[in-house]
Design a protein around this ligand. Structure first.
Ligand SMILES: [Fe+2]
Ligand SMILES: [Fe+2]
Length: 526
């Protein structure tokens, strides 16, 4: 049997031009967005053209957040695009999510935000009935979820989780999974919210954004025989895997937003004969929008991190510009002016410090010599930090320990862990998502277990209740960077110099404060 190839996109966030594409109010909304608003229609059209032209896959899955924020006109326009694609021979299966319903939506007109109608949650299932529910072999309209029979004995579970998986729905999923297993069907499921976090950092910041009860649910799904779950919401591109206590495997494959960097289209090729799922990624490289001379990828990357990166640069050089930009992320100018005198030197340091400094600090841990760091010593650390933010979304965290920057980064995290342990601070107890700084932050740079873009995933045989299989062992990838012993020395030096320099520090702080009051006094008062 030839493998079945499925196309997956998610978080299309279709933005209707009717919502407004110019003016101050729109610009402010765009500044806070990591994906496109205006222009998303053209990028989606480019994606649909690409999908239509691919004759190796006739099935398209869309895992929720189909519109910008539930606007009625966005749903209507988007559905027309889906109908046009369906007319070209594609079967399309859609679930909706939390950005797809709202009573009153925002409309940007000049300096003001007006209202426009949205679709209600109760209207959505019927609205997209032709894209899944009408083809279902079993459905639960009250939970906006359905099951579809695909070729090759594959069953698609389309599970809306915008209110979590309620008890009645959980029972139905369990029954459906049992039925599929009994009938020799391989299950592929899609839901919106992440079940395995793309990074411990995401779990730390976005715990409330995870699939409800994700820690138990993923094991329960694995034991139901649901091995592959396609997710969205995070706008990140990532693949994770866990095993249930019984030893059943569960893969969570998260796909980035179609109109955000890197504008991915996933292909999932299921080969139940050779027991592999081949996952690959294409990106949309061209669309009919003005990108100011940049490639579409560069343009989308600028939308993702341009604001952050410009703001970090301004914070170290020009407090007025920083205060203006910070409004975009809801920080009041008053606050920026009040603390500008502390913010500026910190960011000035961050903006200028080079890898050579960190290489010297971490020499003992990394074992790198002058020659090893020759090519990177003048690179700015801030650019590396910004790339970590973009990696979180794009899944381009593909460094390994042969890369000197990666070694220095891990070495530096080892020093932080040594300081924390000297201070008897148990990070694991505090944050609960990772035991130490290395486990929390290294994944932002270091390649994970699976390449987020292209990889072959083995299908594991199902382990029945009462049996047990050992999960494959995962090893600590950082053993060659030894644990740092610098903690006690750093703490002692820090305390001693703080005591010795206390008068000078106090004097400098006082001078900075007075100088700031004289320069920005009026702006602080507002
Ligand atoms: Fe989204
Ligand atoms: Fe979402």
């Amino acid at each position: 049997m030839a493998p079945l190839k499925i196309t997956v996109i998610t978080d299309t966030h279709y933005y209707s031009p009717e919502t407004g594409t110019e003016g101050k109010a729109y610009e402010a909304a765009l500044m806070r967005s990591q994906k496109l608003l205006g222009g998303s229609r053209e990028v989606l059209q480019a994606a649909f053209d690409k999908i239509a032209a691919d004759d190796t896959s006739d099935i398209l899955l869309i895992a929720g957040d189909v519109t910008n924020d539930g606007e009625k006109c966005a749903h209507e326009e988007f559905r027309e695009m889906l109908r046009a694609l369906k007319a070209k021979g594609k079967q399309i299966f859609v679930i909706t999510a939390t950005h797809d319903y709202k009573e009153k939506c925002k409309k940007y007109v000049g300096d003001n935000i007006d209202e426009m109608p949205g679709l209600l949650r109760e209207e959505l299932y019927d609205f997209y009935a032709e894209f899944g529910p009408e083809q279902a072999v079993s459905s639960k309209p009250e939970y906006m979820s359905y099951v579809v029979q695909l070729p090759n004995n594959i069953r698609l579970f389309a599970l809306n989780d915008d209110r979590g998986i309620e008890d009645g729905m959980y029972e139905w999923v369990k029954e459906q999974a049992e039925d599929a297993r009994k009938n020799g069907q391989f299950i592929v499921a899609m839901t919106h919210h992440p079940i395995i976090p793309p990074s411990p950092m995401y779990e730390l910041i976005g715990k409330g954004d995870m699939h409800r009860h994700y820690k138990d649910r993923r094991k329960e799904y694995a034991d139901m025989g649901i091995q592959f779950m396609l997710t969205g919401h995070t706008h990140t591109h990532n693949i994770g895997r866990i095993f249930s206590d019984r030893g059943n495997a569960f893969y969570a494959i998260s796909t980035g937003s179609t109109c955000g960097y890197p504008a991915p289209i996933r292909k999932i090729e299921i080969d139940t004969d050779s027991k592999t799922v081949n996952v690959s990624t294409e990106t949309i490289d061209e669309a009919d929008i003005d990108t100011n001379g940049l490639t579409l990828k560069e343009h989308l990357k600028k939308q993702l991190i341009g604001v952050i990166s410009d703001m970090i640069k301004a914070a170290g050089s020009d407090i007025d510009t920083f205060a203006y930009m910070a409004v975009g992320i809801s920080i009041k100018p008053k606050l920026v002016y009040r603390f500008g005198w502390i913010i500026k030197p910190i960011f000035k340091f961050l903006n200028t410090v080079k890898f050579s400094t960190f290489a010297a600090w971490t020499k003992k841990e990394t074992g790198l010599n002058k020659n090893d760091i020759k090519s990177i010593k003048d690179d700015k650390v801030i650019d590396f930090i910004i790339s970590l933010v973009s990696n979180l979304f794009s899944g381009e965290n593909n460094m390994d320990l042969t890369d000197p920057k990666c070694r220095i980064y891990i070495g530096f995290l080892r020093i932080i862990d040594s300081i924390l342990s000297t201070l008897h601070i148990d990070l694991g107890k505090l944050i609960k998502v990772a035991p130490d700084a290395v486990s929390l932050l290294a994944p932002l740079a270091y390649k994970g277990e699976f390449d987020a873009y292209n990889t072959n995933l083995p299908i594991f045989d199902y382990v029945d209740e009462g049996s047990k299989r050992d999960a494959p062992k995962t090893e600590d990838p950082f053993t060659e960077i030894p644990k740092s012993k610098k903690g006690p020395a750093i703490i002692t030096t820090g305390v001693l110099s703080a005591v010795a320099l206390l008068p000078l520090i106090l004097l400098l702080l006082l001078f900075g404060f007075i100088n700031n009051q004289i320069t920005y006094g009026k702006k602080i008062k507002g």
